[in-house]
Write a protein that binds this ligand. Structure first.
Ligand code: GLU
Length: 486
């Protein structure tokens, strides 16, 4: 029977969930769903100082929001738990004993100061710093003496000399490292906590992970990890290192490039479907020209063969283009919900929303959905629906209102609107059409002055929808106050 594909996403809960992490999670999720395999979520919290439960919660919430559910792991459980590294320390200890007994690892009593001095010395000589091997061959008596001095040892992995570490990466093809460049490295710190490079191997092996798909920044960790697999006689998974994400200026993605955490995008009112669609294209090239993909389509088309080696560029304009597609299709009530905190923050909505006002707001949002990329942008367009106190947006708009036909157009429009009840789009349409016919004017000669009279602007949302939403009284009042300014 063919082995079941098992992939994992193994974040360190040390800060807000980065968009790059979400991309790694997504690729693993797509692979698992495509192959009918399992996705495991493991929390790598061995950096005790920087790991927080808050960050772990944020990662889980972000994954769930994106729809990237996992099959095993933290919260959901499974056969190979616990799934938080700090709860697996006993397990790691057993393997450390094995490594020590077989001589693949040794206790190192070097102090930070000694290691620093070595490093400095090597750098002064123009060498790449690596462990000198001072504790490589300590006798039991040496160890006892250091212990008696109160020194607490780390456990260091003994890197074999003159060995080529070669593996076939699913993205990068054959990768090889010279073991002489690696240097004996710490696997367990003096406080008994294993380092990432060690715990990750034990977990991936014990959790029967078949494919390790992760960010390129871990490529240089892979030779160390492979040496540990070999020392313990554990089967190697396949590795696939997906490329870095760069900003548009081709430097590493950072805060300077705008929002970097999933939560920030969520707060701005991006939709999970849009983010997932966009992230899938960050490093994966679909076989055809298609750009808009549902999750189901992504699962169907995704393959590691089409994951690119070269860096992916995070293009916010493309994200906005893709997200706009999903915004357009979304339920206006949802977009309203997402826009609401921004409308409150910018002062457009001050009081508690009554059910009537909410219903009105949803209709307004429905009108604006086609103009925005994410919900917060509603604040850039809503003024025309809310603010009755405005001026001409430009001299050009003002000039148009001085045309000879304009007074008549506006007079007729006012009279007809005043007589209209209820004010509905079709009826408004009929009024405007009627005026063009009766006064024998082109559409623009009618629609433009009416629009300017009502908004001060030459462009904006559909007039026939705008007017019913502003309502008869406010529309007439707006016209009166703007005409006074002509
Ligand atoms: N905890 C590591 C990180 O967040 C995971 C690396 C890996 O996937 O092996 O970068």
């Amino acid at each position: 029977m063919e082995q079941e594909l098992r992939v994992r996403f193994a974040p360190s809960p040390t800060g807000p969930f980065h968009i790059g992490g979400a991309r790694s999670a997504l690729f693993n999720w797509l692979l698992a769903r495509k192959e009918g395999g399992k996705l495991i979520l493991r929390i790598e919290d061995t950096d005790l100082e920087r790991s927080t439960r808050e960050s772990e919660e944020n990662i889980k919430a972000s994954l769930r929001w994106l729809g990237l559910e996992w099959d095993e792991g933290i919260d959901v459980g499974g056969e190979y738990g616990p799934y938080r590294q700090t709860e697996r320390l006993d397990l790691y200890r057993q393997y450390t004993d094995k490594l020590l007994t077989s001589g693949h690892a040794y206790y190192c009593y070097c102090s930070e100061a000694e290691l620093d001095a070595d490093r400095q010395e090597q750098m002064n000589q123009g060498e790449t710093p690596r462990y000198t091997g001072r504790c490589r061959n300590l006798s039991q008596a040496d160890c006892d003496r250091f212990s008696a001095d109160g020194r607490k040892p780390t456990v260091r992995f003994r890197v074999p000399e003159n060995q080529q570490i070669v593996f076939k990466d699913l993205v990068r093809d054959t990768v090889s490292f010279d073991s002489n460049g690696v240097g004996d490295f710490v696997v367990v710190k003096s406080d008994g906590i294993p380092v990432y490079n060690y715990a990750v191997v034990l977990d991936d092996a014990l959790m029967k992970i078949t494919h390790v798909i992760r960010a390129e920044e871990h490529l240089s960790n892979t030779p160390r990890q492979i040496l540990i697999y070999q020392a313990l006689g554990l089967p190697l998974p396949q590795f696939g290192h997906i490329s870095l994400i760069l900003g548009k200026d081709r430097t590493k993605m950072s805060k300077r490039h705008g929002a970097t955490s999933v939560e920030q995008y969520k707060k701005l009112g991006y939709l999970p479907e849009g983010i997932v669609n966009f992230l899938a294209l960050l490093g994966w090239a679909p076989p055809g020209e298609q750009e808009i993909f549902s999750a189901a389509e992504l699962i169907e088309q995704f393959s590691m063969e089409r994951v690119a080696k070269n860096p992916a560029v995070f293009d916010v304009d493309k994200l906005n283009y893709i997200n706009a597609h999903y915004i357009k299709q979304a339920d206006p009530a949802l977009i309203t919900e997402l826009a609401l905190p921004h409308l409150q923050e910018s002062g457009y909505i001050k009081e508690q929303l009554t059910p009537e006002k909410k219903e009105w707001l949803i209709k307004v949002v429905a009108e604006l959905q086609g103009y925005i990329s994410y919900a917060a942008q509603i604040t850039d367009h809503i003024d025309v629906f809310i603010n009755d106190d405005f001026d001409f947006e430009s001299e050009e708009a003002h000039e148009i209102m001085k045309d000879t036909d304009v007074p008549q157009v506006i007079e007729v429009f006012k009279a007809r609107l005043a007589a209209l009840d209820p004010v509905e789009p079709a009826a408004v349409q009929a009024i405007l059409k009627g005026i063009t016919k009766e006064l024998k004017l082109g559409g623009k000669k009618v629609y433009m002055p009416v629009r300017i009279a009502i908004t001060g602007k030459m462009h904006g949302p559909e007039l026939i929808n705008l007017i019913p939403l502003i309502g008869k009284e406010r529309t007439l009042a707006r016209i009166a106050s703007l005409l006074a300014k002509v």
